[in-house]
Design a protein around this ligand. Structure first.
Ligand code: RIB
Length: 307
């Protein structure tokens, strides 16, 4: 069984659904409000678990009501294991700390687009690995990292994975400058087109991906409804389309893509197949509301997947 470890954030997503997002200084009346477990780290953990991996989460929640709901949400059965045993994300390495949990304040418009403000809360305390984390990372087939926890922990995770020969996949979101040591320790970088441009200053996604190859051996740039493109050193680039769907909420689509991609690559599927499988998972997720709540199960991905 594939084992994926995620080192990253957990947030309670506070989501307002509106026709059109307000401009600066404007007040609009929305349609609905929901609280849905999210956070880029937890989303990737749920996506990978639903795609069929055994998943462990390293991070922190606060000692508030959101914290217990975030923990329980991860632990809920995400997939059936051998023998029909329902299994959730392992939270033994998810600390509970004094203070509020992370929150994300999200506006989703009628076209399924979103804007997000994240308040890190407990995620801000995840600035180092604690005893046991290293052994857990060493036992994984892949480590998934994002940038919603302090850089010191992201770096420590990447270093640990590199020392133990574990594949590291970094989602550089929210975009910020990356220390060269981090890029040099990452095996696969998965920015969206905006993050790719923010990292390189290059507006064209293909050219940006190429520029990133100077530091990272493999890069996937996600392009939303247009699919994704993949580049690696010494091979032709690949452009992989996404299935055509009507989006109701794109929150967490990138996380779904990365979680599913990590599973497919750990299962040693060929790259084009893995990317198509991940794009299928992401396309399924945007047709439902919420981040982790919208993520498809392996059976749903398989049913919709066509190579
Ligand atoms: O990537 C989507 C996630 O970003 C949301 O779930 C929200 O918590 C923010 O972290």
């Amino acid at each position: 069984m594939t084992h994926i470890v995620v080192l990253g954030s957990t947030n309670m997503d506070l989501v307002a659904y509106v026709g059109k997002a307000p401009q600066r200084g404007e007040t609009v009346t929305g349609r609905e409000f929901r609280t849905i477990p999210g956070g880029k780290g937890a989303n990737q953990a749920v996506a990978a678990a639903r795609a069929g991996a055994t998943v462990s989460m390293i991070g922190a929640v606060g000692n508030d009501a959101f914290g217990s709901r975030l923990r329980t949400g991860l632990e809920l059965p995400q997939a059936l294991r051998a023998g029909g045993t329902p299994t959730g994300v392992n939270t033994d390495h998810l600390r509970t700390v004094e203070g509020p949990s992370g929150t994300a304040h999200i506006v989703v418009d009628d076209e399924g687009g979103n804007s997000i403000v994240v308040i890190p809360g407990a995620n801000g305390t995840v600035d180092h690995l604690v005893p046991g984390d290293e052994g857990l990372i060493a036992s994984a087939d892949a480590l998934l990292l994002q940038l919603e926890i302090p850089m010191a922990a992201v770096l420590a995770g990447a270093r640990t994975a590199r020392a133990h020969g574990v594949r590291t996949i970094l989602t550089p979101a929210p975009a910020r400058p990356l220390p060269p040591e981090l890029l040099n320790s990452v095996d696969l970088l998965v920015p969206n087109e905006h993050e790719a441009t923010a990292l390189t200053g290059v507006p064209d996604p293909f050219a940006a991906a190429d520029a990133l190859l100077a530091q990272v051996p493999e890069v996937v740039v996600t392009l939303g409804a247009a699919g994704c493109l993949y580049v690696t050193r010494g091979a032709e680039p690949l452009a992989v389309p996404a299935p055509r769907v009507t989006a109701v909420d794109s929150t967490g689509a990138g996380d779904t893509f990365v979680g599913a991609l990590a599973v497919a690559l750990a299962e040693e599927r060929p790259v084009r197949e893995a990317l198509t499988w991940a794009a299928t998972a992401a396309a399924l997720s945007v047709q439902r509301a919420g981040a982790s709540a919208s993520m498809p199960y392996r059976s749903e991905i398989e049913a919709r997947y066509s190579a």
